[in-house]
Design a protein around this ligand. Sequence first.
Ligand code: SF4
Ligand code: SF4
Length: 284
Amino acid sequence: MKVCIASGKGGTGKTLISTSLALALEKTEPVQLLDCDVEAPNAHLFLNPSIRQRVPVVVPMPHVDDGVCAHCGECAQACRFNAIASLPNGTVVYEDLCHSCGVCADACPTGAITEVSREIGHVDIGQAGDIAFARGTLNVGEVRSSPVIAALKTYADRSRTVLLDAPPGTSCPVVETLRGCGLAIFVGEPTPFGLSDLRLAVETARALDLPFAVVVNRDGLGDDRLDRYCRDEAIPIWGRVPHDRGIAEACARGERAIETSEALRSAVEEVAERIRRFEMEGVL
Ligand code: SF4
Ligand code: SF4
């Protein structure tokens, strides 16, 4: 099963939970972690994987042959993303807006448009102990995370429980990460901002018809509104990680906090057990 660990915003402890879960699950079953936070992957800082392979991620990009272009403007009319413009002195592709859909090439009556490959990032594949590991990285200056995430997900190992560490937020890259998963775990923070962002994450999961549960991180901080929200919405809370300076300091040093914090270890082992039960019985 693929389990996505996500949150409505950054800094809630998503990577802490996903890497700790991988370390907890590795003791009892084959597990893989995919770091889908391709703009700022950091799970490797805690797992220290050895990387054995790097695979480039390329997308097709339209290329206009000015010698063949008749400046008819049909490509610009066909493009839903305003990514190509037919100007008096030539036809221009705005690569940052292009979604590589190929519609302009199909619309071109003269065959002036061909597709060329553009590298936008890469996928690293490796191993951290018994944990199979892969991460995506978007090249600096590129804007399209989703194709890198989609490429990374093709390396999901069906023989393992696959944990996907999602990007922050609820926009397209998060939806791309959630797609095809059997379960989402939202890491929430008991603060007004944390609750607001959790609501967005919950709406996203419901729109995708995806089962989900919540892990409360920094429990004891803030107030009880997140708890009340989960109770009112019948959202199961699978674990609570206390607001603990020791955990924060271990994370800041790039250490595995699960090895030093008993509270984190028992919370994450409980979540691991709930994942197993969900996998067997389908009950949240
Ligand atoms: S490939 Fe699609 S998005 Fe890109 S310029 Fe052509 S029509 Fe527009
Ligand atoms: S549709 Fe083809 S011929 Fe017409 S402007 Fe675009 S590239 Fe040129």
